[in-house]
Design a protein around this ligand. Structure first.
Ligand code: ZN
Length: 386
């Protein structure tokens, strides 16, 4: 079979075309369709496959092997017939914006810092590039400013297959061992790189290049970036989010960082005050404890384990049986601490937990855990507990 004619090589902005169906075979969950020519870019070089239609058949994936491009469709097509084909052009254009932007950024990093792009991935969220050297935020800010200057200059982006003599003398990134049939993509005055993917015709089409976060990765850095329409949408989302935060904090958008700091400090002060108040409440509760014969059962709506223990430690001195303290409510259940001097609680914990649908344990003089039982049932249980 002849290699498929790659229309995207010649014209990256060709989104609809007609082609002859060479073959159609049933695969596991799809039909494999081969055309005589195609504008569908097959997955490769970090860029996902194009999607779209061949006639009425939906194309969900495109792969290339030995020069033959296979389209995966949802319904069969008839070999020998002609078909009108359309790409999901918006998706493809965004990918070209991102991919051409990536070449500019990787090219500049190579030119200025001498590092290489060793990994490129176009995900659903953003684009990542892995660089084999360490870069700082300042370095990336510089690259971003320079990359956008190349966008403003609206220089040409060319894709061509140089003859082997020209290729041998050519300095380019992603150098291949091949001596011919190497597709070279040149961003005028900025970058020369081997690449099989479609690109924008001029850098102005990229619109904007935005470097987002970066992390240390395999001795270098992984950079997250977005270009063009994806970057604009990302800006819109971030803008709406900051507008909401600014309204929530009653602060100007330019002052939300200070406002968040203020709220954090206020919250810390309130937490400190709450700790003091809880301490005072516990002291008052302890002062109000009355000596009793038998077991003492205490219920608190919302007391942390630390304060519950303070309360139990004092209360157990004032009763002859056990002191069982519970914090929570009937719906969510209760956390408990049970203390007593004359009953081996560690041994009895299994029995208590099984009676009150709970879990927990501890030592002979104190156990703790949680139960799923009602206040009424718990009180009834401890009436006869000995
Ligand atoms: Zn590329």
């Amino acid at each position: 079979m002849l290699p498929t004619i790659r229309l995207y090589d010649e014209d990256s902005h060709l989104y609809s075309f007609s082609a002859e169906i060479i073959s159609c075979e049933k695969a596991e969950n799809a039909y494999m369709v081969i055309l005589d020519r195609t504008a569908f870019f097959p997955e490769g070089g970090g860029q996902p496959a194009d999607t779209g239609y061949i006639g009425n058949a939906r194309v969900s994936d495109v792969q290339i092997k030995d020069g033959i491009i296979t389209h995966y469709t949802d319904i069969p097509l008839v070999a020998g017939e002609k078909a009108e084909c359309t790409l999901d052009s918006e998706k493809r254009f965004r990918r070209m914006q991102n991919h051409s932007g990536e070449h500019i950024v990787s090219g500049l990093i190579h030119k200025i810092f001498g590092f290489n792009n060793v990994g490129f991935h176009m995900g659903s969220e953003d684009v990542t590039i892995d660089i084999d050297g360490v870069l700082t935020r300042q370095d990336l800010d510089r690259i971003e400013a320079e990359a956008n200057r190349i966008v403003y200059e609206n220089v040409s982006v060319r894709a061509e297959y140089p003859d082997s003599d020209t290729l041998q003398g050519l300095e380019y990134r992603s150098k291949l061992e091949l001596t011919e049939n190497v597709r070279i993509v040149t961003v005028e005055g900025c970058d020369v790189c081997a690449c099989c993917a479609p690109h924008v015709n001029r850098t102005g089409e990229i619109g904007i290049i935005k470097l987002l976060d970066f992390i240390s990765y395999k001795g270098g850095v992984r950079i997250h970036m977005l270009c063009g329409r994806d970057a604009l949408e990302d800006y819109h989302k971030r803008y709406m989010s900051i507008a909401e935060i600014s309204a929530g904090l009653s602060a100007k958008q330019s002052q939300v960082t200070e406002a968040v700091e203020r709220v954090k400090n206020e919250l810390a002060a309130e937490k400190q005050a709450a700790v003091q108040l809880k301490k005072q409440i516990i002291e008052l509760k302890i002062a109000l404890l009355k000596p009793c014969e038998g077991n003492m059962v205490i219920f608190e709506a919302d007391m942390d384990m630390l304060n519950l223990r303070l309360l139990v430690n004092r209360a157990v001195e004032m009763c002859t049986g056990v002191c069982a303290a519970f914090s929570g409510d009937d719906e969510k259940g209760y956390n408990y601490i049970i203390a007593g001097k004359n009953i081996p609680l560690k041994e009895r914990s299994r029995e208590i937990n099984s009676a009150l649908n709970g879990r927990g344990g501890g030592k002979d003089d104190m156990i703790q855990g949680s139960v799923k039982a009602s206040e009424q049932d718990i009180r009834r249980y401890f009436q006869d507990f000995s």
